[in-house]
Each structure stands twice: as C-alpha cells, then as structure tokens.
Design a protein around this ligand. Structure first.
Ligand code: NAD
Ligand code: DAU
Length: 351
C-alpha cells in the first residue's frame, strides 16, 4: 500500500473544519487525512458526505480531552502534523457555560500538545502543530485601527479567554520543548454548513421560519467577515508555507456593522424568495445586548498577503449570495440540525 503522510485534523466535522478537510483531501491526495471529532452538537458528518469514501480519508470519533484515547491514537497512527480546529466556538454559549470552554479549548489543546510532544520529541524534523485561533483574542477595537500580529492579547469573553490561553500554551510548548508550530488568528467566517447559532445562518433560518431577527443592543457592532472557503485556502497556505513559530492574521478586508449586514441579508433573502422588499427587514427586533460585547474587530491581513500571497477570492455580496443559495437548497440540513437540542438552546438564549 502506498505510504501517505498521516495528518491529523481535529474538528473536521464542524463548520470550518469540514471545508479544510475537503480542500486537503481533494487537493493533496498524498496525505492520509485523519479527522478526529467528538461530534458535539456542532459536529455533523453530513458536512462530509461527498468526501467520506475517499481512500485518503479516515474518521476517528474521539474527544480531545480524553488523554488516554488521544495518546493511543497518536501512538497508533503516528500523526506527523496536526491542524487543530476542534473547539467550543460560540461566544453566547461560553457566557452560560464557561467551564466547558476551558475543558475543550484549553485542556483539549494541552492533551494534543502533550501527545504530539511525546511522540516526536526525539526528532521534530518535518513535523508541525498548526493551531487555528481567532481574532477575538485581541479584545475589542475602538472606531479605528486594525489587529496586527503584534497586538497584545486582551480577551473579553470566556470563549476568547480560552482561545487566548490555548494560543499561549502552543507558544510555550514551542519555546520550552521546541515543538514546531504556527498559529493563525482569523476574523468572522460565514458560508455553507455553519451551525445556525451564529449570526448569518441563524438569521437565514429565522427568515425562512418567519421568526424575529434578534439584533443585540443597537446593532452598531462591527465584524470583519470572511468567506469560509477563503479561510480554508489561507490555512492550506499557512500549513505548507508558514514559517515556524509565526502567527498569521487572516481577515476579509470586509468590515460590516451588524445592522448593515442584517439589512443586506434581508434584501438578498427577499429577492431570492420573491418577497416584496422590506418583508424580511420587518422581522428585525433589537434585544438585550450580549454581556461584554466587543465593539469592533478588524484584521490587518497584510503579513499573510505579502509573505504567502493570500487574499480573499470573493466579495461579501458574492459570498453571502452563495451562502444563502446553499441554505435554500439544503433545507433538510437545516431541519436536521435545528431539531431536538437546538430548540432548548434557542429558548434559553432568546427568551
Ligand atoms: P464549530 O463549532 O462549527 O465546530 C467545532 C468542531 O469541533 C465540531 O465538529 C465539534 O464536534 C468538534 N469538537 C468540539 N469539542 C470537541 C472535543 N472535545 N473533542 C473533539 N472534537 C470536538 O467551529 P468552527 O466555527 O468551525 O471553528 C473551528 C475553529 O476555528 C475553532 O477553533 C474556532 O475557535 C476557530 N475560529 C472560528 C471562527 C468562526 O468565525 N467560526 C473564526 C476564527 C477562528
Ligand atoms: O471573530 C471570530 C469569531 O467570530 C470566532 O472566533 C467565533 O468562533 C465566531 O462565533 C464569531 O464570533 P462572534 O461572536 O463575532 O459571532 P456571532 O455570529 O455569534 O455574532 C456576530 C455579531 O452578531 C456579534 O456582534 C453578535 C451579533 N449577534 C449575534 C447573534 C447570534 C446578534 O446581534 N444577534 C444574535 O442573535
């Protein structure tokens, strides 16, 4: 049997992970890609239906916080590189259950780091631990300025504090044990297969069900949006060409105030559903603000642009339109993920 380099991707059944997996599986068949995922509420193997039978793909159902299981898997498969995406990823959930975020995002990352270190500490040549992180570790910007790789960490939510902590551990393992690593910190992603707890898919789903669109506070919060497939391409580049012990910021050069974004989304939804202009917008409802809500995120992505030649490939209008089309053509997917536990979460969060 042909030997393929074994690469571990964690969280591959989630939103971004599924796009990363597909890209690696189809673009680079010389890797044997292992997708390790615990299949929490956010993990869904339906996201990978089109690639699950490829010979270079193996799914491993496991929890990154389970030390014994993770050590055994590293011993068994000898993963030469890790691309670590598995995480609890929703800020609102981190406010109601912070410990779950410490467990998965901090302890889980530590378990992986230890397993990787123990396996390769005699020889780290051609090995890599790639940690996927977020721009939220930098805290909040005022009306101006951008996050660069030199911006100090200043996390405000339990989610961003847990991600910041995991970033620090990755760096610490690089300094202390010399593990080769890269980290990338990305802005808000949107696109196909995103779980409808995050702003864009939540609002698409609510419009389809004629439910209110709950805008937090006055809606004047700003995020920098990036199409998920452009993020996957950036991860592919950083993995192959990123320099050891470096951080790369990834962003869309695409800032939107929430309320403006929601209005654009409503306009596109009305057009696609053949509804009179203003129909979806009439569902907007301003609700109680998120505690500790960061005012503005915006990424300076010039380092990855200059060093690795990456830039986003689609405009926001194009990416949003593709995204809406996907949800309209995959209502079964939406129905599956919003049944059961989703209803309880929704009631708790919005009532
Ligand atoms: P997601 O919530 O859609 O998916 C997370 C995946 O991790 C799921 O498949 C889930 O089953 C799995 N998982 C959770 N806990 C696990 C555990 N204990 N063991 C094994 N698997 C587990 O997340 P996402 O939005 O795709 O984010 C992926 C990564 O990218 C995260 O690390 C997140 O912090 C980071 N990130 C996300 C965004 C964004 O806008 N979504 C932006 C920047 C960075
Ligand atoms: O910046 C990167 C981060 O982006 C990632 O690290 C996180 O994993 C990801 O969830 C995302 O975090 P945000 O908190 O920015 O995303 P969310 O979609 O939850 O919210 C986007 C904005 O919309 C934010 O200002 C809060 C607001 N919002 C969100 C929801 C769910 C609302 O106004 N109403 C809502 O119901």
């Amino acid at each position: 049997m042909k030997h393929r380099k074994p690469i571990l991707i964690t969280g591959g059944a989630g939103f971004i992970g599924s796009h990363v997996l597909r890209l690696f599986l189809t673009k680079y068949p010389n890797y044997q890609i292992f997708n390790l995922d615990a299949l929490t509420y956010a993990g869904n193997l339906e996201n990978l239906k089109d690639v699950e039978n490829l010979p270079n793909y193996t799914f491993l159902k496991a929890d990154i916080t389970n030390t014994k299981e993770i050590n055994n898997l590293f011993e068994l498969y000898k993963f030469e590189s890790v691309i670590h995406l598995a995480a609890e990823s929703h800020v609102d959930r981190s406010i109601s259950d912070p410990l779950a975020f410490v467990k998965t995002n901090v302890i889980g990352t530590m378990v992986l780091l230890n397993a990787f270190k123990n396996l390769w500490s005699q020889n780290f040549t051609n090995k890599l631990f790639y940690h996927i992180s977020t721009d939220e570790v930098y805290g909040s910007l005022g009306e101006t300025g951008l996050f660069t790789e030199m911006t100090s960490y200043d996390p405000n939510s339990p989610y961003s504090a847990s991600k910041a902590s995991s970033d620090h551990f990755v760096r610490a393992y690089g300094e202390t044990y010399n593990i080769p690593y890269v980290i990338s910190n990305c802005s808000n992603n949107y696109g196909e297969n995103q779980f409808p707890e995050k702003l864009i898919p939540l609002f698409i789903n609510n419009i389809l069900n004629n439910k209110p669109l709950p805008v937090y506070g006055d809606g004047n919060y700003t995020r920098d949006w990036l199409y998920v497939k452009d993020h996957a391409e950036a991860i592919y580049l950083v993995f192959h060409k990123g320099k050891n012990k470096q951080t790369y910021n990834i962003g869309g050069f695409n800032e939107w105030k929430n309320i403006d974004l929601v209005q654009l989304l409503c306009k596109q939804m009305d057009e696609k559903l053949n509804k009179p202009r203003g129909t979806s917008e009439s569902l907007i409802m301003f609700v109680k603000d998120r505690p500790g809500h960061d005012l503005r995120y915006a990424i300076d992505a010039s380092k990855i642009n200059k060093e690795l030649g990456w830039k986003p490939s689609v405009t926001f209008e194009q990416g949003l339109s593709k995204t809406i089309d996907w949800y309209l053509n995959n209502k079964g997917w939406l129905e599956n993920v919003t049944s059961g536990a989703y209803q309880n979460y929704y009631k708790k969060q919005y009532h």
